[in-house]
Design a protein around this ligand. Structure first.
Ligand code: HEM
Length: 229
């Protein structure tokens, strides 16, 4: 049985490639804590307090990768039970990812070059929003509101995937300017990456997910009784 269409494989592959560095790259940090080689760049905050960052890396991994599968229409239609089961894991992983991110934002001791006021507040606000969006999405599906469910999950996913957009911009900057971005410019770029993701999410929500009012009106005006549908 063919589970995924060609375009769904393409979407899945693109998301996997896009999320590869923050998701799989993060696993090197976890490997380091269980006695593996130190491949990830030095992070004194992580070495001093490893538990939250390990929780963050593992939950973000699940959220980004399993979350990508959740958006594929074929899985939702052909395997609704799997969509529900994965959905529970993704929702929990998303809340843990944002919760541990919030914890680190507040309690890790960052030099100002890595987290100024702008980034601190952006992380606090977006971390809380990500949890609220996931909770709202779960409530919506309990009330059978599929549009609100998918829209709010996509918004939460866009916040989570901010990590990938930030990584891409950061790497682009390093290749172009041969130096790492720090200070207010880094803060502003991180916030820009989140804003960009949320903007793209809104475009997708209103272009693809929103119920097409005009086509409903057209169908009803062509066949007001709805007979034969
Ligand atoms: C869900 C997608 C996310 C992924 C894949 C991700 C990935 C990562 C990774 C791999 C690290 C470890 C960096 C290192 O080892 O030095 C990290 C750290 C961190 N993340 Fe996330 N993250 C995600 C979402 C978030 C969100 C939503 C927030 C904001 C609330 C956040 C805040 C943080 C903070 C504060 C750190 C510590 C950074 C440091 O110590 O330099 N992350 N993240």
């Amino acid at each position: 049985m063919k589970v995924l269409s060609k375009s769904e494989w393409t979407i899945l592959t693109l998301i996997l490639v896009y999320s590869f560095i923050p998701t799989f790259g993060g696993l090197f940090r976890v490997l380091e804590f269980v006695g593996g080689p130190a491949i990830a760049p030095d992070n004194p905050r992580a070495s001093a307090t490893p538990f939250p960052i390990v929780l963050h890396i593992l939950s973000s991994f699940m959220f980004c990768l399993l979350g990508a599968i959740q958006f594929l229409p074929s899985i939702r239609r052909q395997h609704p039970a799997a969509h529900r089961a994965f959905g529970r894991i993704v929702a929990m992983a998303g809340c843990l990812s944002a919760g541990s991110g919030l914890w680190m934002t507040h309690f890790y001791s960052f030099p100002i070059s890595l987290q100024g006021n702008l980034l601190y507040w952006a992380r606090i606000i977006l971390g809380f929003l990500m949890i609220c969006f996931i909770v709202w999405s779960v409530i919506a599906v309990r009330f059978r509101n599929v549009f609100q469910h998918s829209a709010y999950m996509l918004r939460a996913y866009a916040i989570g995937q901010g990590a990938s957009t930030q990584t891409f911009i950061g790497i682009g900057w390093m290749i172009f300017f041969e130096t790492e971005m720090t200070g207010p410019l880094r803060d502003a770029t991180m916030v820009f990456a989140w804003a960009l993701n949320l903007l793209i999410a809104e475009v997708l929500i209103w272009a693809i997910l929103a119920p097409k009012r005009q086509s409903v009106v057209r169908v009803l005006s062509e066949n007001p009784s709805g007979v034969g549908q």
